[in-house]
Write a protein that binds this ligand. Sequence first.
Ligand SMILES: Nc1ccn([C@@H]2O[C@H](COP(=O)(O)O)[C@@H](O)[C@H]2O)c(=O)n1
Ligand SMILES: C[C@@]1(CO)OP(=O)(O)OP(=O)(O)OC[C@H]1O
Length: 202
Amino acid sequence: MRIGYGFDSHAFKPGVPLILGGLPVPHTEGLAGHSDGDVLLHAITDALLGAVSAGDIGTFFPPTDDRWKGADSALFVRTALEEIATAGYRIVNLDSVLILHRPKIVPIAGEIRASVADILGIPSRNVGIKAKTPEGLNQDGVAVAHVTVLLEEIGEPEPLKTMTAEIEDPAELEVVVRSLVDEPHDMRRLGRKPPFDTDDLT
Ligand SMILES: Nc1ccn([C@@H]2O[C@H](COP(=O)(O)O)[C@@H](O)[C@H]2O)c(=O)n1
Ligand SMILES: C[C@@]1(CO)OP(=O)(O)OP(=O)(O)OC[C@H]1O
């Protein structure tokens, strides 16, 4: 298991679109940045890179490089996903806190969650989206994102197990082979989930 943490902040600016977690959000202002200013995806990128000690967003995508001007921040996340896969890990779950006065996040949290889950290639149930207003912080014109992520090792598939048995009566062999081949086997009884949905079997 590995844990990662990411943080980012961007100032609100009139005349640019607001994008949060890859979702375009109708609002009076957007977030200033060299890229599309998606504060949540930047914090996610840093959480993923940090979990495998692979540096941070700026080491991969320097703000001095014109290639990333106006870039879709999903590109940064995809690169971080490649880094964690190369290191042998995949995401267990991710949690986040957005800190901003407006817009209100709760009414659109489901859409942001679905967008983030889609970019990460994980189910929505493994993505947490929360929000707070920056009360007492004197940060009215700013959006802040904090993200934590938990990774697990992808791991090698378990080697096939072999069984040996001594049978004296050849008729008994027939019974044992038939029971192995013909009868349905419920793997849940062995305490392990099958790697597929048994209802899908035809
Ligand atoms: N931009 C925001 C900020 C907050 N919320 C929701 O309001 C709750 C109360 O926030 P406080 O910071 O005032 O304690 C918060 O837990 C969120 O549910 C929001 O939706 N969008
Ligand atoms: C994403 C990059 C690169 O375009 O720039 P910004 O969009 O300004 O975002 P920030 O989180 O300030 O810094 C990371 C940079 O690498």
